[in-house]
Design a protein around this ligand. Structure first.
Ligand SMILES: [Zn+2]
Length: 453
């Protein structure tokens, strides 16, 4: 039995295409040299640690010869300097970030959890509740962080469980001025209130990260199958996205102003994780997310995973939002994660006064990766996110294509997207082109929730 298990694990490990992530592409805090070193393949952890010792040799340890083994002399890890505090290696700390908003005398500091490992390794940041009503990520950060043992941790984990504390208190997605914080990164110190909050978070925390996972849920009254959003045309991000075990990955660059896109543009390997819906805590979504994050820690060489995933290969999707063509009462005929066929009715929208209705029809074969709950909708409401599976080869090929040529501009207005599915008409032959539709990547805003600027 044991033999068979190790064989299986070895086989899976061999199949899993974990590409090495290159340390020199990660901009990190230059006061923390250990963060420059990035582990490669998980099985080679010992070797990786040795590499890190060599890499981290500088000011403090440059005079010492690079040790052939780490047994006698543990690698020197410096205290982590963040938010005006020094966190010593092998310890856990709660720091505070005070966004530049309101007036200083009533500003409420936002807690930041730090686990600074005793051993060198990467620096991973987790942010949750950038949208104050998205609760699942808050619980994921708690479960993951309080399960860490800094004594045995390699590297550093920085978790901001509730970025938008004001929105969280009000049960709102937005900042108190009704702006969506996740459209203002990396922010500007001299801009609008939201620009300043974004800038403060970015400058004081995010730029110190080597890897970033921004945790979200569906927006407003929508729910999402647990999934990652990643710019798969960026080879480093693609490699990072493969570290989460079997979690579904949706390709998209991310709308301008999102934390993820700002971080990736800055050289930080960042993805968004979506799980479940807003204003609720969903055990299944939380536990799935934590499992994916535990797998990530293992694959980054930060610690050994407690659990092992049966399906370590991620599944990649291109996706489009399918919208309602009329207003009325939306009633779905499909469930989250259902596989649907082209021409299939996903749901109906009925005007409750005139009793006239229309069907929302799948324009192509796919899987329901996100959807609205039953509710009253306006015409144009994004009701179903329909994903079309891609092979890893297709994803890689597109990434290569993107490397060699055309810059993808995905900032066209949402209204101009080709993802409109004409309801109440037969599905057209025209299949949505598999182009980079980054603007569709983020959760849609509805007309009455639009930003004021
Ligand atoms: Zn969100």
């Amino acid at each position: 039995m044991t033999v068979r298990w190790s064989l299986t694990i070895a086989l899976l490990a061999a199949l899993a295409p974990w590409p090495a992530l290159h340390a020199d592409e990660s901009p990190v805090d230059d006061t923390e040299p250990e963060a420059h070193a990035t582990p490669a393949n998980p099985p080679a952890k010992q070797v990786v640690d040795d590499t890190q010792v060599v890499d981290t040799a500088d000011a403090d340890s440059a005079n010492q010869p690079a040790p052939a083994s780490t047994e006698e002399q543990p690698p020197a890890v410096r205290p982590l300097s963040l938010l005006g505090r020094n966190v010593v290696p092998g310890s856990f700390a709660t720091l505070h970030w005070t966004p530049d908003q309101s007036f200083a005398s009533i500003a409420t500091p936002v807690p930041v959890l730090v686990a600074h490992g005793k051993k060198p390794g990467p620096r991973l940041c987790l942010t949750a509740a950038v949208h104050g009503d998205e609760l699942n990520g808050i619980e994921m950060v708690r479960r993951l962080m309080y399960d860490l043992e800094p004594e045995t941790l390699s590297g550093t984990l920085i978790g901001v469980p509730i970025v938008n504390l004001e929105g969280f208190r009000n049960g709102s997605r937005y900042l108190s001025d009704r702006r969506d914080l996740n459209r203002h990164f990396p922010g500007r110190g001299t801009g609008s209130a939201a620009d300043r909050v974004a800038h403060s978070l970015y400058d004081q925390i995010i730029r110190h990260c080597q890897y970033l996972v921004d945790l979200h849920t569906g927006s407003l009254k929508r729910i999402n199958q647990p999934q990652l959003r990643a710019d798969l045309k960026n080879p480093d991000v693609l490699a990072f996205a493969k570290h989460f075990g079997g979690m579904t990955v949706l390709h998209g660059r991310g709308a301008r102003g999102t934390l993820r896109r700002a971080a990736v543009d800055d050289g930080i390997m960042a993805v968004t994780m979506e799980a479940g819906g807003p204003n609720r805590l969903e055990e299944e979504a939380v536990s799935y997310g934590v499992q994916a994050l535990e797998t990530l820690l293992e694959n980054l060489g930060m610690r050994k995973a407690r659990r092992f995933w049966g399906a370590p290969q991620p599944v990649f999707y291109e996706s489009q939002w399918i919208r309602a063509s009329q207003g009325g009462i939306l009633l779905s005929e499909v469930k989250l994660n259902d596989k649907v066929k082209k021409g299939q009715i996903l749901g109906t929208v009925t005007d409750p006064i005139t009793n006239t209705g229309s069907a929302i029809i799948a324009p192509y074969d796919g899987r329901i990766l996100g959807m609205a709950i039953n509710q009253v909708v306006h015409a144009g409401f994004a009701a179903y996110r329909l994903g079309e599976e891609q092979t890893p080869e297709e994803v890689e090929a597109k990434a290569e294509q993107a490397q060699s040529g055309k810059p993808a501009d995905d900032d066209s207005p949402a209204q101009a997207e080709h993802s409109e599915a004409p309801a109440s008409t037969a599905p057209t032959e025209e299949k949505p082109a598999a182009t980079d539709t980054g603007v569709e990547d983020e959760e849609p805003e509805e007309p009455d929730d639009r930003q004021r600027d």
